[in-house]
Write a protein that binds this ligand. Structure first.
Ligand code: FDA
Length: 499
């Protein structure tokens, strides 16, 4: 049952003993709405109908996070944890089910401490990946980190789900480069890797945010990049051979040298090939002309720049901005989205692509992004981290429908129809999905006897993690949080094994 308002009052009194009043915002506080909105990326979950939290704990240090857990458990109030606020279903600041909950907002916990000599960094969960990229490159322009493309993604949620990006073919996912972490567990204790043990350290590296505790910080291995890298973008219409190029790209891109990543965006019946090469234009040209002459890439397409500039260029398409733009945390509330994902293991035929392209026609049509795997991300075994989409995966598909204000019905009808059509071409039994592209349509938890049931979790969990990894996640959850305090619509259920 939802806690009574008396419980809510007790919870707030308990918190106010440990958290300064200016960091504890209730709906009566003047800044409540602006702080709540500050990192919301998807305005679908910022409407008058969206359930608002009882309060926001704007944590400034670890003790505020511990207080939220201890008071929440004592008084039966659950927490939603928010780092960068980019969750596609808004699970870091809203609850689908009617319940009283508080938001622990980690945006204030965002320092990045780089050890240049060791090529490592401790990064707080509330930092954005843009802030991490900037700090690494400022310490040494040849240091970088493999993570996602959008600079405002939060480290806390992003690493919790894996972290795919333009350097995963060379260096793996973000979590493949995690060395240590600190977190607050369901008893309010602070654990590092040694204290949490290897099962829990395994689970937090991609098992999805919100299930195991509140991650405070991560220690990561930074990677070496050359002083100059080369980016290029080439767009092809159907008349210019887009269908042949995409057909070939499917098996070519995962087999290219690890230094070269070519992703594809299909929109308006055109294919946009966006690339990052960890080397110079002179080195790249012979690779492109021998392996992918169909793109017709020439020296004029090359844009040589620092790796840090490429992080900005690949996301925004613009070269004129100063790299400090990576530190801008402002998000806009103008675009509503619905996202879904797939994985492809067997190349889709040219005839099928001819049927797929017409879907990207018309005012409600969205877009898809194809992210090649292969290279390092596929050399790591499926069970080494919870992210199971490794060897044999050619590429990930992200489906995106978007609209502004009205128009949601047409766009969601489009994405549902397209996703259903694509079912014949992608992984099956289960149809795999990427937890960081959160999609509540693939399954939601049912709570039975006070805890999330394992059977309800399997429906979505085996799609994100595979059956073996999901079971291991659930057993780890059963050891760490058997009472299922940390839960949401897609949190890992506790599987408590009786000897
Ligand atoms: P947010 O704060 O919303 O948290 C996401 C989930 O993790 C929630 O369930 C939340 O409760 C939980 N959580 C957050 N902080 C936590 C913490 N400290 N401890 C425990 N749980 C925590 N992905 C990708 O791999 N590659 C990419 O290139 C992109 N690109 C991209 C672009 C854009 C515009 C968006 C909106 C999203 C992406 N993503 C992505 C997806 C992104 O990786 C995913 O949404 C992350 O979970 C976002 O992390 P945030 O901290 O921003 O989210």
């Amino acid at each position: 049952p939802a806690p009574s308002s008396a419980a809510a009052g007790d919870f707030l009194r308990c918190l106010s003993a440990s958290v300064p009043s200016q960091l504890l915002l209730t709906p009566a506080s003047p800044s409540f709405t602006s702080v709540l909105a500050s990192s919301i990326r998807n305005p679908r979950f910022f409407t008058p109908g969206t359930m608002r939290p009882l309060c926001i704990v704007a944590a400034a240090n670890a003790s505020h996070v511990q207080a939220a857990v201890l008071c929440g458990r004592r008084h039966g109030v659950r927490l939603r944890v928010r780092s960068g606020g980019h969750d596609y279903e808004g699970l870091s600041y809203r609850s689908v089910r009617p319940e009283e909950f508080a938001v622990v907002d980690l945006a204030g916990l965002r320092s990045v401490r780089v050890d240049r000599a060791a090529a490592t960094a401790w990064v707080d969960s509330g930092a954005t990946v843009g802030e991490l990229y900037y700090a690494a490159a400022r310490a040494d322009p040849q240091l970088a980190f493999p993570a996602g493309l959008c600079p405002t993604i939060g480290v806390g949620g992003h690493f919790s789900g894996g972290g795919i990006g333009m350097m995963m073919r060379k260096h793996g996912l973000s979590v493949d480069n995690a060395l240590d972490a600190t977190m607050v567990d369901a008893s309010g204790r602070i654990l590092d890797r040694k204290a949490m043990g290897e099962d829990l350290f395994w689970a937090i590296r991609g098992g999805g945010g919100g299930s195991f505790g509140i991650l405070l910080s991560w220690k990561v291995r930074l990677v070496r990049v050359p002083l100059r890298v080369t980016a290029f973008t080439i767009q092809k219409t159907i008349a210019q051979g887009a269908i042949d190029a995409v057909t070939k790209w499917q098996t070519l891109a995962p087999a290219l040298p690890d230094e070269l990543t070519i992703r594809v965006v299909i929109q308006n019946q055109q294919a946009r090939f966006q690339s990052l090469y960890l080397g110079t234009c002179d080195q790249l040209l012979p690779v492109m002309s021998s392996r992918f002459p169909e793109l017709g890439m020439t020296r004029a397409d090359c844009r040589e720049m620092t790796w840090l500039q490429s992080a900005l260029y690949i996301n925004s398409g613009s070269t004129g901005q100063p790299v400090e733009a990576l530190l801008n945390r402002t998000t806009s509330l103008s675009t509503f989205t619905k996202n879904k994902s797939d994985y492809v293991k067997q190349a889709i035929t040219r005839e099928s692509w001819q049927k797929i392209f017409p879907w990207f026609n018309g005012p409600s049509a969205g877009l898809i992004i194809l992210e090649p795997h292969g290279g390092q991300v596929s050399r790591i075994a499926d069970g080494d981290t919870p992210y199971p989409h490794r060897s044999g995966v050619l590429y990930n598909i992200q489906h995106i429908a978007f609209w502004s204000g009205d128009g949601g019905t047409a766009a969601t009808t489009w994405i549902n129809g397209f996703y259903s059509f694509m079912g014949q071409f992608v992984t099956k039994n289960p149809r795999a999905a990427y937890v960081n592209y959160r999609d509540l349509d693939i399954g939601q938890n049912a709570v039975v006897g006070g805890v999330t049931s394992y059977d309800s979790g399997r429906v979505w969990g085996e799609k994100y993690f595979g059956a073996a990894n999901f079971k291991r996640l659930a057993i780890t959850k059963g050891k760490m949080d058997p009472g299922d305090y940390f839960r949401n619509e897609q949190s890992v259920p506790p599987l408590v094994q009786t000897p």
